[in-house]
Design a protein. Structure first.
Length: 699
């Protein structure tokens, strides 16, 4: 296939690296009569220009195409698109063009070349309705599917005969793959019908708040919201939201929904109020999801009318405020606010430091008989990483099904050097299934969970990654969980594994019957996804507001003003609040925020400690009144409570909280320096204030 001037480079893609060599033709020969699947990359497959990760369902669709043996051709407009294709099945890449601004001409030339080389093939094409894909594809004579990128307009010809959908739903994926299967068996058969396209909402000709927010990075969120609100859509916003299905609203992120909420509040009226409630409950009718959307709105509850404010208050339980000391209602609040359930008779055992936690995890791995599922932020290639890899490989060799989900950015460095990718090659050679999550280009939206489930019966959850510092050097806590709550840790893994494109054929072995544990109590697993909810934060705020006597929090990256304000209010009513931060912090910016707020903390009566016992304190642990406790991966900053995948175990068993108060906080305060008179210069105050604004409005 000879590329034209517009399509000046052709590259071959596989799941490991991108070759710069000329690609082989996608099909065996010019007489090929079967289907060729051709897809745009950019906004068709990837979630925003700054966060080059697949939309939910996009990877499943392409994987299904590849599994059928149908050749895939990717039309890549720029180098970022090419790099992002590592996340998709192998295929032929055409592009990028020398001039990235010749998008239409580039695609026209690419399709003409393909048609010349394969005159008898049937083109199946995937694009979006923001570019001119519909017109270009229709001219090429193909079966067309478009993803609805632009919320308020569609660039489609009047006689467009393709299918437009907001999300890659299971139904759409099924229909596309069924069409391909039929085309392979009978090249002359028409495509299977996929149902009518959803109605097009009337709107402004240059897009609206949703399309704007979808196409910019979250780092500019505050600026975008400002202009979105100034653009005030009036009744157009009511009409637009009313035309959206619940599925399409679910597909929008909290930023986009927040902008819509701003428009609807400004519009006012009964119709706007109805649609506002749909927006606020788009991700779930609970406080954690609603908080994430409200967090991204410039208008607050005080600007809603009384009836809507009452509805939202009931959703958030602000009409049933916490009463200090009344812990009986705490679990009921979490049921409603986070959509989770406390599992009785579950045992939570705090494992303090890697010298205790790693032997326990490796022993569970060594005795595994069915499955090992591990999700971790950092899997390093140092001595600890290779030791863990050998244990996992030995388990796989004895026919245990082993799966590893890790974050690419978090695993990029080992001992201040680039990690050795051969460690993952070694794991794959032993049959271990691996999914690597790419985070956003701005270093956000990471899978930050640290959870391990063995045989569906034993779970580990906490702050520990796989690396030397976590096993030998840093101060950290992992919890071993047994009993009914393990099923919820497993559920978090399974859900994200499938979202990231992992394959699971039979879930039955993952969820065996779980027995009540002697000495157990109520345990709840709370996780949250990327920019979709603030479930863990909601639990923290409610626990703080319910506390009557003591609050102990250990967190290395504390930078959430809402949490700080609630802690100040607790101290004002007489609660003893202890905050333990590391003296030596590996993240200087977070420490700068903390220290810049020391005067505010001390003035409010909070007790601040800087831990000196080890090189770094990485634990994310809290206890409240010696009755409720939490251990997990979530820090108290906006990156954790909003932008990352996180997971915590919450225990209402007083024995767990009292154990942590004695063995963790009691010991740590003896190894900490109390902060009494912070000496901060003007520059420190300014930097801390800037970071506060960045953390609250942008991240």
């Amino acid at each position: 296939m000879a590329p034209t001037a517009a399509a000046s480079s052709v590259a071959s893609v596989d799941t490991v690296e991108i070759s710069t060599q000329t690609s082989p033709a996608p099909c065996p020969n010019a007489d090929y009569q079967g289907p060729i699947f051709i897809t745009d990359v950019g906004p068709t497959l990837l979630d925003g220009h700054f966060f080059h990760r697949p939309y939910t369902g996009a990877h499943s669709l392409l994987r299904g195409v590849a599994d059928q043996g149908v050749p895939i051709v990717y039309l890549a407009r720029n180098a970022q698109d090419v790099a992002a294709l590592k996340q998709f099945p192998p295929g032929t890449v055409i592009g990028p063009p020398a001039n990235p601004n010749v998008n239409d001409e580039f695609k026209v030339d690419a399709l003409q070349n393909l048609r010349t080389q394969y005159p008898h093939a049937r083109f199946f094409m995937l694009g979006n309705d923001r570019d001119d894909d519909a017109a270009v594809y229709q001219q090429a004579g193909s079966d067309i599917w478009l993803r609805n990128v632009d919320a308020t307009q569609r660039l489609v010809p009047a006689d467009f005969h393709g299918v437009i959908r907001d999300v890659y739903s299971p139904e759409l994926v099924h229909n596309v793959l069924a069409s391909l299967a039929q085309a392979r068996q009978n090249p002359d058969a028409p495509a299977l019908p996929a149902g009518p396209n959803p109605p097009v909402a009337e709107g402004r000709s240059h897009g609206g708040p949703v399309s704007v927010l979808k196409s910019v990075g979250h780092i500019a969120g505050a600026v975008v919201h400002h202009f979105a609100v100034q653009d005030r859509g009036g009744n157009d916003s009511v009409q637009y939201v009313s035309h959206q299905s619940d599925t399409s609203l679910l597909a929008m992120d909290a930023d986009a929904l927040g902008a819509l909420g701003d428009h609807l509040i400004f519009t006012g009226g009964p119709a706007a109020d109805v649609q506002l409630m749909r927006v606020l409950t788009a991700h779930g009718a609970d406080a954690g999801h609603a908080l994430a959307i409200l967090h991204d709105m410039h208008h607050g509850m005080h600007q809603m009318d009384a009836a809507t404010r009452a509805q939202v208050g009931s959703l958030l339980w602000t009409d049933r405020p916490a009463v200090p000391g009344q812990w009986d209602g705490f679990d009921a609040y979490l049921d409603s606010a986070t959509g989770t359930v406390a599992r009785n008779d579950s045992r939570v055992e705090p494992l303090i430091n890697g010298q205790v936690a790693f032997p326990a995890m490796l022993d569970a791995i060594d005795h595994a008989t069915g499955s090992i599922n591990w999700s971790v932020y950092a899997f390093q290639s140092d001595e600890t990483g290779w030791d863990v890899a050998h244990h996992l490989a030995e388990a796989a060799d004895r026919q245990v099904q082993v799966r590893l989900l890790y974050d690419v950015a978090g695993s990029a460095v080992s001992n201040n050097r680039p990690s050795d990718p051969r460690i993952f090659d070694y794991l794959r050679q032993h049959g271990i299934q691996i999914v690597a999550r790419q985070d956003g280009d701005l270093g956000t939206e990471r899978t930050h969970r640290k959870l391990l489930v063995v045989d569906g019966r034993t779970g580990f959850i906490g702050g520990m990654n796989v690396g030397n510092e976590y096993r030998n050097e840093w101060h950290d806590v992992q919890a071993r969980v047994t009993g009914p709550a393990v099923s919820d840790i497993q559920r978090l893994f399974v859900t994200q594994w499938e979202v990231e494109g992992g394959r699971l054929d039979d879930l039955t072995p993952f969820f065996p019957p779980l027995q009540a544990q002697a000495g157990g109590g109520p345990a709840r697993i709370i996780g949250h996804g990327v920019r979709s909810d603030e479930n863990i934060k909601a639990a923290y705020l409610r626990a703080i507001d319910t506390s009557q006597r003591t609050i102990n929090i250990a967190d290395p990256y504390f930078a959430d003003q809402d949490v700080l304000d609630h802690l100040k209010a607790a101290a004002h009513r007489g609660v003893v609040v202890n905050l333990v931060f590391p003296l030596r912090n590996d993240e200087g910016l977070m420490q700068l925020w903390e220290r810049a707020h020391y005067p505010e903390m001390l003035k409010a009566g909070l007790h601040v400690w800087e831990y000196t016992g080890r090189e770094m304190a990485h634990d994310k642990v809290a206890t409240f009144d010696g009755r409720v406790s939490t251990i997990g991966s979530s820090n108290l900053d906006q990156e954790s409570t909003d932008a990352n995948y996180e997971a915590n175990v919450w225990s209402s068993d007083p024995r767990v909280a009292q154990d942590l108060d004695a063995r963790l906080f009691g010991a740590d305060m003896h190894q900490s320096v109390p902060v009494t008179h912070p000496h901060l210069g003007l520059v420190d105050h300014i930097k801390g204030g800037v970071l506060n604004r960045l953390e609250k409005h942008w991240l």
